[in-house]
Design a protein around this ligand. Structure first.
Ligand SMILES: Cc1cc2nc3c(=O)[nH]c(=O)nc-3n(C[C@H](O)[C@H](O)[C@H](O)COP(=O)(O)O)c2cc1C
Length: 376
């Protein structure tokens, strides 16, 4: 059995994403790992990200808080203080040293929080004052507890748009190549986008145009700050995590990508409709293809992909790049394994979110040299 020539593996072909020359199309999806003690990135993240770096590979960081009201999970990193920016630098340097391209995913959880995560025990902020019902966390055991959110007044919104701008500036200061605005999965931006959550009557609620205003103001501010050629956004119009569904996801997704075209941002990163929850797949009649066709920039897809359907998505031009979450978490050398069609390590869900600096984090094995030899 000869080594599969790279040309037969669509995922392992070069792609020019704006000014970035990528050597393959296997992207590290943003993955919250809850190992950033006190909201500060830790030295063990240097090894974690560097293990997953390849020359000309795109990595997206775990969701990173834009301000002191942005958190809703323990030990998640931020990028609003000098200390956090300094702590990101050696991690970014390590990715660059191996030739990787590194984007920082910037987020605000909005109402997916409680007073315990907020400064001075204040209420979490949101588009609404409706509280989500308690949810089983993705680890399958813990229950996320929420406290009633406070609906932002119209006048307060620009200050939160500005927090994303400052976070993007800080990400540049830390050395990142760009930022991905987290507009997916029921967090603050999605709480404005989706009509199941957004019950506002001001210019940020009601019509599609109004519900998308907050997201697009953030896109505009961040693009002005660091250049649209360094800006991506993640959207999940079809998902309804944390009670964030929409009555017309197709129209929402299309309106967003068409509006994004006006800002000329680098990429749109869309979560597949089949991802019913963060960790589960379900059959869906919907497709991202209309959005792919409408969007002028790089189109990244994610959600439940393996080697075969990732190759197919690229070969059929349904995506430029494919982001992998759980497989990349468990296979630090995922692009190599895809190139060789080598077997994959299984991921261990029970260690996704534990705070251990090694276990379930940097201890997944690389492709064994003997397997490597067999494939050749
Ligand atoms: C442990 C874990 C953490 C995640 N953290 C984030 C995150 O920080 N930001 C985000 O946008 N999505 C997050 N996701 C969703 C993934 O990026 C991805 O969309 C999802 O896992 C589906 O892709 P997959 O089937 O390749 O795993 C997370 C998923 C997992 C399993």
């Amino acid at each position: 059995m000869g080594e599969v020539p790279a040309l037969d593996v669509p995922l392992i072909t070069p792609y020019k994403m704006g000014n970035f020359q990528l050597c393959h199309r296997v992207v590290l999806a943003p993955l919250t790992r809850q190992r950033s003690y006190g909201n500060v990135p830790q030295p063990h993240a240097i090894l974690y990200y560097s293990q997953r770096t390849t020359k000309g590979g795109l990595l997206i960081s775990e969701a990173t808080g834009v301000s002191d009201t942005a958190q809703g999970y323990p030990e998640t990193p931020g990028i609003w203080t000098k200390e956090q920016v300094e702590a990101w630098k050696p991690i970014v340097d390590a990715v660059h040293a191996k030739g990787g391209v590194f984007f920082c995913q910037i987020w605000h959880v909005g109402r997916i929080s409680n007073t315990g995560f907020q400064p001075n025990g204040q209420a979490p902020i949101s588009s609404t004052d409706k509280m989500p019902t308690p949810q089983i966390r993705s680890n399958g055991t813990d229950v996320a507890r929420f406290t009633p959110p406070r609906r932002l007044s119209t006048e307060e919104i620009p200050q939160h748009v500005n927090d994303f701008r400052l976070a993007a500036r800080n990400a540049m200061e830390a050395g990142f190549d760009g930022v991905e605005i987290h507009g997916a999965h029921g967090y603050l931006i999605d709480q404005f986008l989706k009509d199941q959550v957004n019950d506002r009557t001001d210019k940020y609620g009601g019509s599609l145009e109004n519900r998308c205003r907050f997201a697009l103001e953030i896109v505009e501010a961040v693009s002005e700050e660091i250049g649209a050629d360094r800006v991506g956004i993640r959207l999940s119009p079809f998902a309804n995590y944390m009670e964030s569904g929409d009555s017309n996801p197709e129209a929402l997704g299309l309106y967003m990508v068409e509006s994004l075209n006006k800002y000329n941002i680098l990429y749109s990163h869309m979560v597949e409709p089949r991802m019913k929850t963060v960790g589960e797949m379900a059959e869906s009649p919907h497709s991202l293809v209309p959005m792919r066709k409408a969007f002028h920039g790089t189109f990244i897809v994610a959600g439940g992909y393996g080697r075969e359907d990732g190759n197919k998505a690229v070969a059929e031009d349904r995506a430029d790049l494919v982001a992998y979450g759980r497989h990349f978490l468990a296979n630090p050398d995922l692009p190599k394994r895809f190139e060789l069609d080598a077997p994959l390590n299984k991921y261990d869900r029970s260690t996704f979110y534990i705070s251990d600096p090694v276990v379930g984090y940097t201890d997944y094995p690389f492709l064994d040299e003997t397997i490597h030899a067999q494939v050749k």
